[in-house]
Design a protein around this ligand. Structure first.
Ligand code: GDP
Ligand code: MN
Length: 397
């Protein structure tokens, strides 16, 4: 689960990390008061969307002005004007895709004088099963680009959970970033704070890009991007409240209501599978036969007829879907139950595109019988390879 920059900064502030003072603006008429509540003489007006690269982004609408989603202003009036220009407009960045994202919230912040911009992140490292720090002198820019062209400029190490964060971790980062004097002490404290926050709030990622040295020589978090472990959000009522569902894919949102593991993708073949591993294998084999999956969908081991129906509705609501492959292995799940679910779903939502069904496992014969007796135009498949071949052929001709 992701949150907005202003929410992330409020969390950082509550733990004592250095961030600028700022105000969030939801309606145009709030912009003036928000900007006026800050000291100046510099204001930063920032579009709040769940995507990075805002500074270098651009708006679809001409009346939003030429500049990106992060703008400097020299007066309250200017800050108000920039906020009004961006609200309700569509910002396109490297991370939003061509469709862009509508800006519904603006953050107005006290502007900082910048000496240097650096990169800092904490993340769960799956290789070591530990929390890792990632730091680089190359801040403010695309870290993937830095990792690609100059990987030696990135420091990365993981923290032993038995000891937790220690001052030497912070010093290692400080010296690597070329910090001196009071900044080293600030860095040791800040890294400790970030680590504590990361662990206590069950984060998956915490990225500060840029972490800056201000013109006064102090460390400050100028941007903040936080992703929480969705499976742990139930433990944090305060975090759950920060969810902004308008930032989420409506199909994914619908799926989450039914406890379906659904991720929208941009291919043409909708997939309905039980089990995450089988779902991954199904997506792979679709690609192998020359098409692209429209989604990842794991209906889970205990999928009911109702769940299968909902899954079907979500898949067919995607206009990019040109064919559907149902690939179910009945282990705990019985194939006849799945078959009934599929038939019920097709009857309820209709079927405008080819449907291939591959069933295997418990009660497979019964399941196949139900499908062939249904009178529906369903293409039966024997195995994974056969299923993928048939759906790709049905879609691509
Ligand atoms: P992003 O483009 O979505 O990553 O948004 P950021 O919050 O990282 O802002 C992009 C860039 O705007 C930063 O790298 C800075 O160069 C600049 N910027 C942001 N806040 C300030 C500020 O307070 N003062 C100055 N001078 N520049 C800022
Ligand atoms: Mn940034």
């Amino acid at each position: 689960m992701n949150i907005h920059e202003y929410q992330a900064k409020a969390l950082l502030r509550s733990y004592g990390a250095p961030v600028s003072d700022g105000r969030v603006v939801l309606k145009a008429e709030e912009a003036k008061t928000a900007a006026g509540a800050l000291d100046g003489p510099l204001w930063v007006v920032k579009a709040q969307i769940h995507a990075g690269g805002r500074g270098k982004g651009s708006f679809k609408e001409a009346d939003a002005g030429e500049k990106g989603g992060v703008r400097l202003a020299k007066s309250v009036e200017e800050a108000e004007m920039e906020a009004k220009r961006m609200l309700g407009r569509t910002l396109v960045t490297k991370q939003t895709g061509d469709a862009g994202k509508q800006v519904n919230r603006i953050y107005i912040e006290d502007g900082s004088g910048i000496e240097t911009e650096m990169y800092l992140a904490l993340l769960v490292d799956r290789q070591t099963s530990r929390v890792s720090f990632v730091a680089s002198t190359e801040g403010g820019m695309d870290i993937e680009e830095v990792a690609e062209s100059t990987p030696e400029k990135i420091l990365s190490f993981s923290v032993d959970p038995a000891t937790g964060y220690q001052a030497f971790h912070g010093r290692r980062i400080a010296f690597n970033l070329g910090l001196t004097g009071k900044q080293v002490k600030q860095c040791v404290a800040l890294m400790g704070t970030l680590y504590k926050l990361f662990i206590e709030k069950d984060m998956e990622m915490l990225e500060i890009n840029p972490l800056i040295v201000t013109d006064a020589g102090d460390l400050k978090c100028l941007d903040a991007k936080i992703g929480f472990d969705g499976n742990a959000v139930y433990r944090h009522a305060d975090i759950a409240e920060l969810r902004d569902t308008t930032e989420e894919d409506p199909k994914e949102l619908e799926a989450s209501k039914y406890d379906l593991n659904y991720i929208a993708l941009d291919g043409e073949i909708g997939c309905m599978v039980n089990g995450a591993g089988l779902a991954m294998a199904t997506m792979d084999i679709i690609k192998l036969y020359g098409a692209e999956p429209a989604n990842f969908l794991d209906v889970g081991g205990g999928a009911t007829k109702e769940k299968v129906t909902e899954a079907f509705k979500i898949i067919t609501s995607d206009p990019n879907v040109k064919g559907i492959l149902v690939n179910i292995f009945g282990g705990i799940m019985r194939c006849d139950v799945i078959a009934e679910g599929v038939i019920a779903a097709v009857k309820e939502v209709g079927l405008q595109v080819p449907l291939v069904v591959r069933l295997e496992g418990t009660n497979v014969e019964k399941g196949k019988e139900i499908i062939s007796n249904s009178g529906l135009d369903v293409i039966a498949a024997d195995d994974l390879k056969d299923g993928a071949e048939k759906i790709v052929k049905a879609v691509k001709g």
